[in-house]
Design a protein around this ligand. Structure first.
Ligand SMILES: *[C@@H]1O[C@H](CO)[C@@H](O)[C@H](O)[C@H]1NC(C)=O
Ligand SMILES: *[C@@H]1O[C@H](CO)[C@@H](O)[C@H](O)[C@H]1NC(C)=O
Length: 358
C-alpha cells in the first residue's frame, strides 16, 4: 500500500516535469484525496482519544477532508457546488507543497519526503511543513474543541521525533498561540451563527470568508516561529517564500473565496520545484512561462511593498473596505496574476486612484 502510493506520487512528479507547472490535482481533487480519511473514526485512536500523526501527509490531508465535510452544511451561502468551501484552497496548496518537494527534509539528513525515500513523510525541518502546521493542526484542534465533529471528540497529535516545539493539543496550542486558536474558534462558532443570521446570502458569505481569512492570517503570522528553518534553503527560495506570504495579504484582504476551482487557477502556476541558487525569474530555463511569470509578479509585488515601506499592502487593505470593493479586488488580482498582458503599472495606478472609494 505504501509502495503503491509512493510510485503513484512518482508518476505525478514525472507528469509535473513534462507537462507545465506544478501538479496540484489528482483526478480532479487534491493530491491523495481518495486516501484521506472520510470519517474521524478512520484516524488512529488510543483510549478514546484521536492520535493522528501530523507528519504523515495522508493524516494532514485527512484534517482538511474532515473539516470540509463537517463544515459544508454551514457553507450554503458559498454557492451550490460541492467544492465551494474556502478550505479547499488550503488542501490544494498542501498538495502543491508535496509534489514540488517542499515538505521534504531540507537538511539532507534523512530521506523524509523524498520520492526515493519515505515519500509521504513531512519533515519537521521543512519550513513549508512548519508553516502548514499552523493551517492544518491548529484549525483541526479548534474544530474538534468546538464540537464540529460531534461532542467530546478529543485529539492528541503525535509529536515528531525530536519534538521541535510543535504544539499537539488544543490546550497546548492555545497556550502557545492564543490569538490563532481564538480566531479559528471564532470561525467555527461563526459558521452556525452566520447561517442562522437574517442576512442576504452575499453578506453571509462575505462574513464567513472574513472570519476564515482572519484565522488563516493569524496562523501565518504565528508561523514566524518557523523562521529559523529558512537557513536550509537557497536565497531565491527564501525570497519566494517571503513573497508567497506577502501574497496572502492581498487575497485575504479581498476575502478571496478559495474554492477548489478558483484556488486551482491561482496555484497551478506556482513553481513545481524548490528554487535553487542562480534561479532568476523570468529566465529560469527548466520552468514554464507561467511559472516564470508568477515568480516575477510575486517578486515585483514584494519589491513595491518593501520599497514603499509597506504602503502597498496598507493601501490595498484600506480599499478592500466593503463587500463590493472586495469583489472588484478579487477580479483585479486574477488579472494581475494570470494575464501576462495586464500591466503591473495598471495595478499600481488603479489601487492608488481607488483610495477614496469608501
Ligand atoms: C500514513 O498514514 C496512512 C493512513 O493512515 C497509513 O496507511 C500509512 O502507513 C502511514 N505512513 C506512515 C509512514 O506511517
Ligand atoms: C446553531 O444555532 C442555533 C440557533 O442559533 C442553536 O439552537 C444550535 O444549537 C446551534 N448549533 C450548533 C451546532 O452550535
Amino acid at each position: 500500500m505504501e509502495r503503491l502510493t509512493a510510485s503513484r506520487l512518482l508518476l505525478l512528479a514525472v507528469a509535473a516535469s513534462v507537462a507545465y507547472s506544478a501538479v496540484i490535482l489528482d483526478n480532479g481533487a487534491p493530491i491523495m484525496w481518495a486516501q484521506a480519511a472520510a470519517r474521524v473514526s478512520e484516524l488512529p485512536v488510543q483510549n478514546n482519544i484521536l492520535t493522528p500523526n501530523p507528519w504523515n501527509f495522508t493524516h494532514r490531508m485527512s484534517f482538511y477532508r474532515l473539516m470540509i465535510a463537517a463544515t459544508d452544511p454551514f457553507m450554503g451561502c458559498m454557492g451550490t457546488g460541492a467544492t465551494e468551501s474556502p478550505i479547499w484552497g488550503l488542501a490544494l496548496q498542501f498538495g502543491w507543497m508535496l509534489t514540488s518537494g517542499r515538505l521534504a527534509d531540507p537538511t539532507g539528513a534523512t530521506t523524509c519526503g523524498l520520492e526515493t525515500g519515505d515519500a509521504m513523510c513531512i519533515s519537521p525541518q521543512s519550513w513549508w511543513g512548519c508553516v502548514n502546521h499552523f493551517v492544518t493542526v491548529l484549525p483541526f484542534l479548534s474544530a474538534a474543541q468546538q464540537g464540529i465533529f460531534g461532542q467530546g471528540v478529543q485529539v492528541q497529535m503525535q509529536a515528531p521525533e525530536g519534538s521541535e516545539g510543535y504544539c499537539t493539543t488544543y490546550t497546548d496550542c492555545s497556550t502557545s498561540y492564543p490569538n490563532v486558536m481564538m480566531k479559528w474558534d471564532a470561525f467555527f462558532q461563526g459558521l452556525n451563527a452566520s447561517t442562522n443570521a437574517p442576512l442576504p446570502e452575499n453578506e453571509k458569505k462575505d462574513s464567513i470568508l472574513g472570519l476564515y481569512w482572519d484565522a488563516h492570517m493569524a496562523s501565518l503570522q504565528a508561523a514566524a516561529a518557523c523562521r529559523a528553518k529558512q537557513r536550509h534553503y537557497s536565497a531565491p527560495e527564501v525570497n519566494f517564500a517571503f513573497s508567497w506570504l506577502n501574497s496572502a495579504e492581498y487575497v485575504a484582504a479581498a476575502n478571496f473565496q478559495s474554492s477548489l476551482e478558483k484556488s486551482a487557477v491561482f496555484l497551478a502556476p506556482l513553481p513545481g520545484r524548490v528554487l535553487q541558487v542562480g534561479d532568476q525569474a523570468p529566465n529560469i530555463a527548466d520552468m514554464t512561462p507561467e511559472e516564470n511569470h508568477i515568480l516575477s509578479v510575486f517578486s515585483w509585488m514584494t519589491y513595491m511593498n518593501t520599497f514603499t515601506g509597506g504602503a502597498l499592502v496598507r493601501m490595498w487593505r484600506s480599499i478592500m473596505c466593503s463587500a463590493a470593493m472586495r469583489e472588484k479586488g478579487r477580479e483585479m488580482l486574477e488579472q494581475l496574476l494570470l494575464n501576462p498582458g495586464f500591466a503591473k503599472d495598471t495595478f499600481f495606478s488603479i489601487i492608488t486612484s481607488m483610495g477614496t472609494s469608501c
